[in-house]
Ligand binder design. Sequence first.
Ligand SMILES: Cc1cc2nc3c(=O)[nH]c(=O)nc-3n(C[C@H](O)[C@H](O)[C@H](O)COP(=O)(O)O)c2cc1C
Length: 190
Amino acid sequence: MILETIITTRDAAGGDHIAPMGIREQDGCVVLSPFRPSATLEHILRERFAIVNLTDDVRVFAGCLTGRYDWPTLPAMHLPCGRLACALSHAELRLERVEDNDVRPRLWCREIERFNHAPFRGFNRAQSAVIEAAILVSRLHMLPREKIDAEIAYLAIGIGKTAGPRELEAWGWLTTRIEEFRDGRRESAA
Ligand SMILES: Cc1cc2nc3c(=O)[nH]c(=O)nc-3n(C[C@H](O)[C@H](O)[C@H](O)COP(=O)(O)O)c2cc1C
């Protein structure tokens, strides 16, 4: 099973770097699989640690895909890195082993400690829709226009029926990004 999370790492200047990333739990480890090139990959290889943040504020996912990286962090307990202030829980990880690959290395990490900050409040279709739309936005260059249109039309149903203000804001950022991408294409084709 893959869980969609926000990974925080420490950049070369000592600042917090935030990126959405899927994780798997396998053989007692947390496995991250960043595609090359990736700042997250670079940071974890250098610092040998990462933080997994679980959040239901889907604006962080949509924000990172649309150039909004300035999400508040708080100091972690064991690592010189921030964890997301809006995390329901976070886990501090040490890099244990690298399974190298030219396209997508696997980073096997061991949990130092996990912290719970707020309860899970239940499933919400609009939150899932925002995550799906964020993945579509991360693949705009690869996917045909018709597929994006069809998927956005379907996801919009869950947004219309179940979104709260945070989900609506995130949805707006993502749909605007799709329009901007298409406008850019039209300009470059002209
Ligand atoms: C829900 C979600 C899951 C993602 N999972 C991954 C992943 O597992 N590996 C990856 O390389 N990128 C993943 N991405 C895309 C990265 O977040 C995106 O490429 C980002 O720029 C990471 O690059 P960076 O490490 O250079 O900041 C995901 C995006 C979303 C929205």
